[in-house]
Ligand binder design. Structure first.
Ligand code: ZN
Length: 381
């Protein structure tokens, strides 16, 4: 058996215990004190392995960066290896009461177990494997754990980009795709638009003709913008939230739609943006305001990413695992690093299903090989 796999199997119960500890420390994005408590807990686990820093997170929790002390001579190979994770989850405080951590049917269950506390733990044990087996590592290795990934990475983005610029490769500890745990080598870019319509209020009974309904106008605009979707090009436009009006007997003065957009290629973003900006009112008494744009550029499958995946697939084969790749419409912090041209491999974390859903879980029998694969990537890239 490969020594990394052997190591990870021998540590499996400790790995599960640490995943449990992290899952049981709830860390919703919108509760900075809880995220900070999680970050402190994680920092206490990392302090033996390297130099830990906590970085200001603005209105969110603190971000964490750790540079590891690893075997081998002074780090001679140019460019760091950056591993990316996030501490926040989509689960509100108190979720554990009805969705506790548990081990059952060959899986670990609980809020954040897949997305992405298990990935962080695998990485930590990959580091321990390198240290305990005294395997030399040629590059400097940095882990960054962001506190606001689930809410758009507003405050962590510049830190992620700064760390990526010093790196030759980025490994993202997000969950793999599906129960095969496919690596993510392509992600759509993500954006949002807010379309606000201002009409003219009037009494719906007494003065109907003098009103210009923002709701009716918005409804027509929504039909138009939903038509910007082009599935064959990987462009989707989803009006996900609408609001407006005050009372049924008032012609609505204001209405607005919040729209999620996805693009597979960055070069499609400007044309889509122009279409949004070109929306004009059907009823000239109404005014339309458009705000927004792409906030996560797509991770496109560049030749460098293909090559990196092929390397990882070769390593996985040595561990007896057939590694596959996938593309997804969901974004991660890997979108930012890939867009800077730094080869990025995403989805290296837990193998399971149910991210953001009640059946969130990971497969116990994929813990060891994922941990071993990370150790191989760190030692050989
Ligand atoms: Zn995630």
């Amino acid at each position: 058996m490969h020594p990394f796999l052997d190591f990870a199997r021998s540590k499996q119960s400790a790995i599960i215990a640490l995943i449990r500890e992290l899952v049981e420390c709830e860390s919703p994005s919108d509760h900075p004190q809880s995220v900070n408590r999680f970050v402190d807990l994680l920092a206490s686990k990392l302090e033996r392995e390297g130099r830990v820093r906590k970085l200001a997170g603005g209105r969110f929790g603190r971000h964490l960066r750790c540079e590891f002390q690893l075997p081998g001579p002074r780090k001679q190979r140019d460019g760091n290896i950056l591993a990316l994770g996030h501490s926040d989850t989509v689960w509100p405080l108190g979720t554990l009461a009805h969705m506790p951590f548990r081990q059952k049917n060959g899986r670990l269950w609980g809020p954040g177990v897949l997305d992405m506390k298990s990935g962080i733990v695998f990485f930590l044990y990959a580091i321990q494997a390198l240290r305990e087996l005294d395997v030399p590592v040629a590059r400097r290795v940095v882990l960054q754990v962001n506190a606001d990934e689930e809410v758009g990475s507003e405050s962590s983005r510049p830190l992620t980009e700064e760390a990526a610029r010093a790196s030759a490769v980025v490994l993202v500890l997000e969950p793999g795709t599906g129960l095969a745990g496919k690596i993510k080598t392509e992600r759509k870019g993500v954006g949002d638009y807010t379309v606000t319509v201002r009409g003219r209020a009037s009494h719906a009974g007494v003065d109907f003709q003098n009103g210009a309904s923002a709701i009716v106008e918005l409804a027509r605009q929504i039909e138009r913008l939903a038509g910007f979707t082009q599935l064959s090009r990987g462009i989707t436009v989803n009006p996900g939230v609408i609001s407006g009006g005050t009372r049924t007997n008032v012609v609505a003065a204001e209405a607005k739609a919040e729209v999620d957009i996805r693009v597979a290629r960055m070069k499609d973003a400007p044309a889509l943006d122009r279409k949004f900006r070109a929306l004009r009112p059907f009823d000239k008494r109404c005014a339309i305001q458009v705000e927004g744009g792409v906030n996560r550029p797509p991770m496109e499958r560049t030749p460098a990413i293909r090559k990196l995946f092929a390397t990882a697939r070769g390593f996985a084969k040595e561990l007896g695992v057939k590694l596959e790749e996938s593309s997804t419409g969901g974004g991660s912090d890997g979108n930012f690093t890939a867009a800077l041209g730094v080869p990025t491999l995403d989805g290296l974390g837990g193998v399971g299903e149910g991210a953001h859903a009640a059946n969130e879980s990971i497969l116990v029998d994929r813990i060891a090989d994922r941990t071993a694969l990370l150790a191989m990537l760190l030692s050989k890239l």
